[in-house]
Design a protein around this ligand. Structure first.
Ligand SMILES: *Cc1c(COP(=O)(O)O)cnc(C)c1O
Length: 483
């Protein structure tokens, strides 16, 4: 017999999984306190199940899902590294988790101190003089950075409105540009997968507000011409934005602020090990040079003459507020603990190992899959399934087959400039054994694509559900149970 999937199907009248404390009052006495308009007419339609069944239901659902604590998750550009559990312990400390966001500032000295220290640590890692923790996602960090860029030009009484973006940029970049009312001007990367200064020179003019560079770019390649590009954009009065969501390759090695970037967002929910995915809370902290400080989101955390921290709301040039209260505070705690546990040396080792791991996978798989850009990569590598496609096995099929081995697929069909792209980011937290198993499985799939393609094209067969209509699942999501 098939086990019912929905908790409503497990419901039996009269079963219950809770015990409420005795009140010493009858139901009628309690109801008398509730205004008539709030009283229910019909009983709520809730599942009636025992505590044990509730537990089995939710534990059962959690193991049907793939997550970083259940298996390898090399989803490129997403940095699915292991999130240390000590971060959770710290975020749950009652002094943090129990602090009411509306409590007066003078009762919040510990929380403010943590925010101050975290911003300072991020400044140290990135080379930017100020860091705002307000943005709740990388995309909102971009939005904030671009608003500051616009405010900077407007303060100079210049109404520039174009932003240069390479074809290897992350998709959120042009979207953010459009959302602030600027126009994205796309430029092509060269055959080595990076941007040449002369293609930037050809479009950079006095109407261009600046350029947005993802570095390492979405091919996982370091933009080696950045100094030249930055000088060029600056010479025409523009600003240079770095998409630093993938700072995992840089820490302790290069500081974008020192290189000459003006603005950058971090994804604390990638590099700094706070859980992410499924639309959970993130932090897209944004760093700027001292020249752009007046435009930071308000309020700005400041220190008074006695060394006391306070929120400064008197920011006439600020782009305004981006998040209620303190921001996604629990994630600040997680990122802070992560940084403090590792220290500067530890962060350097993170980046070194992230880069070594990605190069290891690239070198091990180069004979089995196409390698469109044969250069050393940073924290991720991009392979192509073009060879397999000739046998009727698409990249999507390869990814579905990986599920049969309990491995989350790499990012598919992105970056757009690589046909049948497989974007693989192992991260530094995976062991050589885990990567070797992935490599063995990928080699097996490459063999299957030649010898027995149906095995791949009909996968997965070992997962709780087989192939889904992914478009309907995303566009017509129905999570309501009509009992
Ligand atoms: C993940 C990512 C983003 C967007 O971050 P969100 O938090 O998902 O909004 C932007 N740029 C790059 C390069 C990324 O990898």
């Amino acid at each position: 017999m098939k086990e019912p999937l929905l908790i409503y199907e497990k419901s039996r009248p009269g079963r219950k999984g809770y015990t409420l404390p005795a009140t010493g009052k009858s139901e009628r006495e309690i109801i008398a306190h509730i205004p008539a308009k709030f009283l229910r007419i019909d009983d709520a339609s809730l599942p009636e199940v025992s505590e044990g069944e509730v537990l089995r239901h939710f534990i059962g659902m959690s193991v049907k899902n793939h997550h970083i604590d259940s298996g390898f998750y090399p989803l490129g550009s997403c940095t699915m590294k292991y999130n240390p559990k000590v971060n959770e312990v710290a975020a749950a400390l009652p002094g943090f988790s129990g602090h009411h966001p509306l409590a007066p500032e003078h009762t919040a000295s510990g929380t403010l101190r943590l925010m101050w220290d975290l911003s300072a640590d991020l400044s140290e890692v990135s080379g930017f003089s100020s860091v705002s923790l307000q943005p709740a996602a990388g995309a909102q960090g971009e939005f904030a950075g671009l608003l500051m860029m616009r405010a900077y030009h407007l303060a100079k009484e210049q109404s520039r409105h174009k932003i240069i973006i390479p074809d290897s940029a992350h998709g959120t970049n042009p979207a953010s540009v459009t959302s602030i009312g600027y126009t994205a001007v796309q430029v092509k990367s060269n055959e080595k997968g990076i941007l040449d200064a002369d293609v930037v020179a050809a479009v950079m003019d006095e109407d261009t507000a600046g350029i947005m560079l993802t570095n390492p770019n979405t091919l996982g390649i370091f933009e080696t011409n950045i100094k030249e590009i930055i000088e060029l954009v600056h010479s025409k009065g523009g600003l240079v934005y770095m998409d630093g969501a993938n700072l995992n390759a840089h820490m302790g090695i290069v500081r974008p602020g020192d290189v000459g970037f003006d603005i950058m967002h971090f994804n604390l929910h990638k590099t700094f090990s706070t859980p992410h995915g499924g639309g959970g809370p993130g932090v897209g902290a944004v760093g700027v040079t001292s020249e752009l400080e007046p435009f930071l989101p308000s309020p700005v955390l400041e220190k008074d003459a006695d060394g006391k921290l306070f929120f400064d709301y008197d920011r006439p040039n600020s782009i305004g507020r981006l998040h209620s209260f303190y921001g996604n505070f629990a994630n600040f705690v997680r990122a802070y603990v992560y940084i403090r546990m590792l220290g500067g040396e530890g962060l350097l080792r993170v980046s070194e190992n992230a880069v070594i791991n990605a190069n290891y996978i690239k070198e091990q798989l180069r004979d089995d899959y196409d390698l469109p850009y044969d250069v050393p990569c940073m924290h991720e590598c991009v392979l192509s399934g073009s060879r397999q496609k000739k046998n009727g096995v698409k990249t999507l099929d390869i990814s579905k087959r990986l599920l049969d081995f309990g491995i989350h697929p790499p990012t598919n069909y992105f970056p757009l400039i690589v046909p049948e792209a497989l974007m693989i980011e192992p991260t530094e937290t995976e062991s050589k054994e885990t990567m070797d198993r992935f490599i063995t499985v990928m080699k097996q799939i490459a063999r299957e694509a030649i010898e027995n393609p149906e095995v791949v094209t009909s996968a997965p067969t070992r997962t709780p559900v087989r192939r889904l209509d992914e478009v309907s699942a995303a566009r017509n999501l129905d999570v309501n149970y009509q009992g």
